[in-house]
Design a protein around this ligand. Structure first.
Ligand code: GLN
Ligand code: ZN
Length: 757
């Protein structure tokens, strides 16, 4: 007899530490300031504190193996022995961090966004010859570590199908090879892992299969069926929870429902909601599921781990609605467990620490700790509610349907703009620029903290920022860059900075959420109507421009990104909120122009992130997202050059939308993916800057390497439209790295210019 699943659980938990202890430990280890033992001790403490806290809050089902030194997908690659030869090293941690961050002369693995979140995972490389072998050390160690504290846990692993669907084909793979072709081999390793965990006395294992909430082909669904049939029929294994999240399972639901597994995890917050939400209609997960998921007979014998507490927002759960959903599930499933809709990795630790927030707002908020308490409370409520007592489904709420009538009157055609700008800006061929930020020095960060604490005055801070701008401008002139930036020294973060200067937002002090590796962001909370009380960036841009005769780019964050990287009110359709922000950006663009700024960049790195996972919902989203961007930028005159920046290389899927943004110049990541995207965007009809310096890694690219990347780019992009720039902003790098890298970038551009003329 298998033990039944505990009554309450969470699918995962933050792991960076309430005070970002892990971040500090990692960075000091990487810089050689502390030992491996120090790092391991910090990691152990973060895990211990998490388990103890969850247990103290009354949570019954504790997850383990949700900790990571960098990323859970990378951990899974290591677990499966899928380590490309070039990274192998005697020291296992050195191997691990080389894959994540690169090593001398070796570029790291690619990194990309985890579904539609702002978390980035490392993309494993799988080829036809990848030799898989089990390395179960990490999940086993975590189980034992928790046990030593008297706590039983459920190891959480990325499932085999999702792992392979998220992987890329190794560079030397034959055409037509897909990582999923290796499913049988990978499943065998999972089978051995399950046997080891069973031998260890582990009762339940959670396999995460979020890839199943996106559209899947019949062949992929057949692969899911085969994989879980094989794993389910193993003789020695723990009970299996296959967890889906970020949407509803659709066609994959009957497949999982029919598989010989014990439990299925469903996201009952998003369900089918997302795409519909874009249209301003509110549905309840329970209704969609009432028809679809829970109608499936096969769920009767299964445990449903019901994600009714959102892991993706910071709002308190509506208890009535959550309970109604749980009761509906209980009617249809074998057993129901109260859970979060996904891992709590995507929310901050504890709202109680936010003593600076308006109490009326704080009342409405729940971070990870509060969400755990909600799960526990709902489990108790559910247990106390007799089976027959099914309340009526709360009616689907009509959302306000106030779409703005703002349509962008188009700018002049590109050819007209390009001619006007050439005349106005007089840039050389292959102009060199950067994406905006320069390194954030410790001095600046300390000054900002001192300003916030009232230890220094506005004037002192202001003069520090000005001094920094002076240095950044001088440096760029010295390096021979063509379109300069002021370096964004006044910004803690590209979204938070704007949030702090717009009405309708609140910012937190401790609300950190992991973005990638040791990097965290503090998403602002957009809780009311957005307005721009006064110009935000203009004085800095004007000052920078006063120091040089070369054009200085004004730097703004786009409306979609500001919203995507915030926690957003849920009482208005998302697109209405985005248009409110677009209005503010449009005003700022106008004021920058008026201040004499000739180039304005409006970054939209999150455009793709919000693309709904289901194809049927994508077109509607892209349409309004593009419209919002154009509303923000189309007030600019034809002489003003509008740039945009997007941080990813797999732009293929939304190329038409990026094109429709109608920016004069688009910069995009590509150094890490070795120009892979150029095939796709080469035909781009306007200016294009494929990144030639991977700023996610401390590595400094050589001039030859950059020249090579540019030569490659010139095969698809005409020289008149090719721009030279890094992959992304430089704020996370050191001045030493940046100076060396930009010098090489400028030299490569100069060499090519010579060759071309
Ligand atoms: N302008 C921003 C910067 O340079 C862009 C950052 C981003 O794309 N994430 O920091
Ligand atoms: Zn970027």
């Amino acid at each position: 007899m298998r033990s039944s699943f505990p009554a309450s659980t969470v699918l995962g938990y933050p792991r960076i530490g309430p005070d970002r202890e892990l971040k500090r430990a990692l960075e000091s280890y990487w810089e050689g300031r502390s030992s491996r033992t120090d790092l391991e001790e910090t990691a152990r403490r973060v895990r211990e504190d998490t388990w103890r806290r969850l247990a103290a809050l009354g949570l019954e089902g504790l997850p383990s193996n949700t900790f990571s030194y960098y990323d859970q997908v990378l951990d899974t690659a290591v677990l499966l022995g899928a380590v490309p030869g070039r990274y192998r090293h005697d020291d296992d941690l050195a191997t691990y961090f080389a894959m994540a961050r690169g090593a001398e002369g070796i570029a790291p693995l690619r990194m990309t966004k985890w579904f539609d979140t702002n978390y980035h995972y490392i993309v494993p490389e799988i080829g036809p010859d990848t030799v898989f072998s089990l390395d179960a050390a990490k999940p086993l160690a975590e189980v034992r570590e928790a046990r030593a504290l008297g706590l039983e846990t459920r190891p959480v692993l990325v499932g085999p199908v999702t792992f392979l669907l998220l992987s890329q084909a190794a560079p030397d793979s034959p055409d037509g090879f897909a990582p999923l072709d290796r499913l049988d081999d990978v499943v065998e390793v999972y089978a051995r892992l399950l046997a080891e965990l069973a031998a260890e006395g582990v009762g339940w294992v959670q396999l995460d299969e979020p890839a199943l909430v996106a559209d899947r082909t019949p062949a992929e669904l057949a692969a899911v069926e085969a994989a879980y049939d094989r794993l389910g029929r193993l003789e020695h294994r723990p009970a299996l929870l296959v967890a889906s999240y970020f949407g509803d399972l659709g066609d994959a639901l009957p497949v999982l429902a029919g598989a010989p597994i014990e439990a299925v995890g469903l996201d009952l917050v998003r369900g089918t909601v997302e795409g519909v939400e874009a249209l301003g209609v509110k549905t309840l997960g329970v209704e969609a599921l009432g028809v679809k998921a829970l109608g499936a007979e096969a769920l009767r014998g299964k445990t449903v781990v019901a994600g009714v507490v959102s892991g993706r927002d910071v709002w308190r759960t509506d208890r009535e609605r959550a309970l109604a959903t749980l009761l509906a599930v209980r009617q249809r499933a074998g057993r129901v467990v109260v859970s979060t809709s996904c891992s709590l990795l995507h929310v901050p630790y504890d709202v109680e620490r936010e003593t600076g927030l308006d109490p009326a707002l704080r009342e409405r908020l729940a971070f990870a700790e509060q969400k755990v308490a909600e799960v526990v409370g709902l489990a108790a409520l559910l247990a106390a509610t007799p089976g027959r007592d099914l309340p009526d489904h709360p009616a689907a709420q009509e959302r306000p349907h106030a779409f703005p009538a703002r349509t962008a009157e188009g700018r002049a055609p590109y050819a007209v703009r390009a001619a006007a700008q050439a005349e106005h800006l007089k840039l050389p061929l292959l102009p060199v620029t950067t994406i905006g930020s320069f390194p954030q020095t410790g001095e600046l960060r300390r000054a900002r903290a001192a300003l916030a604490a009232g230890e220094i005055g506005e004037a002192a801070y202001e003069s520090m920022v000005r001094a920094e701008i002076e240095q950044v401008i001088a440096l760029q002139e010295r390096l021979g860059l063509d379109v300069l930036v002021h370096g964004e020294p006044e910004r803690n973060d590209m979204v938070q900075y704007f949030a702090e200067h717009l009405d309708g937002f609140a910012v937190t002090r401790h609300g950190w959420v992991q973005s990638y590796g040791s990097r965290c962001t503090r998403p602002p909370i957009l809780h009311g109507d957005v307005r721009r009380p006064e110009p935000i960036t203009v004085r800095w841009a004007r000052y920078a421009q006063s120091l040089t005769s070369r054009p200085v780019k004004g730097m703004l964050t786009g409306p979609v990104t500001i919203v995507a990287w915030s926690f957003v009110r849920d009482d208005l359709p998302l697109r209405e909120v985005v248009f409110q922000v677009a209005d503010a950006v449009r005003q700022e663009v106008g004021d920058l122009e008026e201040a004499g700024i000739r180039v304005i960049q409006v970054d939209e790195p999150a455009l793709r992130e919000l693309v709904p996972l289901r194809r049927a919902e994508q077109a509607a989203y892209l349409q309004w997202a593009v419209a919002a961007y154009r509303w923000a930028t189309s007030g600019a005159s034809e002489h003003t050059q509008i740039h945009t920046h997007l941080c990813y290389s797999d732009a293929d899927q939304i190329l038409a939308a990026i094109d429709a943004l109608d920016a004069d110049v688009t910069s995009i990541e590509s150094a890490r993916s070795r120009g892979r995207l150029l095939g796709a965007v080469g035909a781009f009809p306007r200016g294009l800057g494929p990144g030639v310096y991977d700023i996610h890694s401390p590595r400094v690219p050589g001039a030859d390497e950059v020249e090579h990347l540019l030569t490659e780019a010139l095969r698809t992009v005409p020289a008149e439209r090719l721009w030279v720039n890094p992959d992304c902003g430089l704020k996370t790098r050191s001045y030493e790295q940046v100076e060396a890298a930009l010098a090489n970038v400028a030299e490569a551009a100069a060499r090519l210019r010579d060759r071309l003329s």
